[in-house]
Design a protein. Structure first.
Lengths: 123, 232
């Protein structure tokens, strides 16, 4: 998945989000080694300091960890990864309800609509 | 992290015209800094003062604690806004020329970059387009392992693909001991690689901050902020 960065939001936050997505989607598998800051920065076309800041933030949340000499790794804690995945999904659903509300649907109506569209798409 | 560059109450007048007024700046190592401002705002003047091509009217410029001179030229790699290279020279000769001049020049790095940009080292400058000449000049400058890179409009004349390659070179060349100051109008192209920016207007520093702080606090890109601050 290529990196898409928008200049109007802090770049490091967008890097955190995108690396997190790569982890929960399995593109970066649990226990896998992360490329070096320099390589990741080159790949995303961002400043190495910014990439460093993003990785420090991901370390703080426990999704990646640093091993003093051998680099950074994705956590092996699958429980943790699935927790983050669920949080991200919950965020998406909350956004969806918010948007449906703007269209004038209550949550119950929105859910019913999801059901019926899902049925339609099956056919 | 150490202080690479310090400007204190720096003024430069050309006759009655003030090109820079009371500029105070401190640049630490390990940063990539965008020097941004409209035409005639003093970007090139500032870079030339740091490089010792101009002498301050008053105030001081210190590069690693020394006034610009022989000592600082060893650690400063400068890309001027116009070419000073002899155009009868072949790229290969220019590489030899730079190697003689600068102890920190790495010819292998230069040849490697030439290959990546498909430039023949046996061509002479005269036969090259404006953009290719600019690429050669930038390659020479980036092949030094300097402490302070002063790049005056490094991407103005080159195509978008070469622009990406040049910015990538700046990123991968990154060294926590060194800093890069680049002046440009093409803010949207460079802002992703910057740590900090300096806005110059009418010879004064009107704003300087970390780029991500602006995005965080104001929710806008540096390009958008520039257009707002310098609205005509």
């Amino acid at each position: 998945m290529p990196w898409t960065l928008h200049p109007d939001r802090p770049i490091y936050l967008q890097l955190v989000e995108q690396i997190r997505l790569k982890i929960v989607s399995g593109e970066y598998p649990p226990g896998g080694k992360l490329a070096s800051v320099r390589d990741l920065a080159g790949d995303a076309a961002v400043n190495p300091n910014t990439m460093q800041k993003a990785l420090t933030e991901l370390e703080r949340t426990g999704l990646i960890y640093a091993q003093r000499t051998s680099g950074r790794f994705i956590t092996e804690d699958r429980e943790k990864i699935s927790q983050v995945r669920q949080q991200l999904a919950a965020g998406q659903i909350a956004d969806f309800f918010g948007q449906m509300e703007q269209l004038g649907y209550s949550r119950a109506e929105a859910l019913a609509l999801v059901q019926s569209i899902n049925e339609e798409m099956k056919q | 992290m150490s202080t690479l560059l310090e400007c204190k109450n720096l003024n430069k007048n050309f006759g009655a015209k003030a090109a820079l007024s009371d500029v105070n700046l401190t640049i630490q190592s390990g940063r990539i800094i965008g020097l941004l401002g409209p035409n005639g705002s003093g970007k090139s003047t500032l870079i030339k003062l740091v490089n010792g091509l101009l002498v301050p009217t008053s105030g001081s410029v210190l590069v690693e604690g020394s006034a610009p001179g022989v000592l600082t030229k060893k650690v400063v790699s400068y890309l001027p806004d116009r070419t000073y290279l002899n155009d009868w020279m072949k790229v290969r000769d220019l590489i030899g020329f730079f190697k003689d001049f600068y102890a920190d020049f790495d010819p292998n790095k230069a040849y490697d970059m030439l290959r990546r940009l498909s430039i023949n080292p046996n061509d002479n400058l005269k036969s090259m387009s404006k953009g290719t000449k600019e690429k050669v000049q930038l390659i020479l400058v980036m092949s030094r392992s300097a402490r302070l890179y002063l790049l005056d409009e490094p991407i103005g004349g080159v195509d978008p693909a070469a622009r990406d390659y040049i910015l990538n070179t700046i990123i991968t060349n990154y060294n926590p001991e060194a800093s890069v100051i680049l002046s440009t109008h093409l803010i949207a192209d460079v802002e992703q690689v910057l740590d900090d920016f300096i806005f110059l207007n009418g010879g004064r520093v009107v704003m300087s901050a970390a780029v991500d702080d602006v995005r965080e606090n104001q929710g806008k890109s540096i390009d958008a902020l520039f257009r707002e601050v310098f609205k005509c």
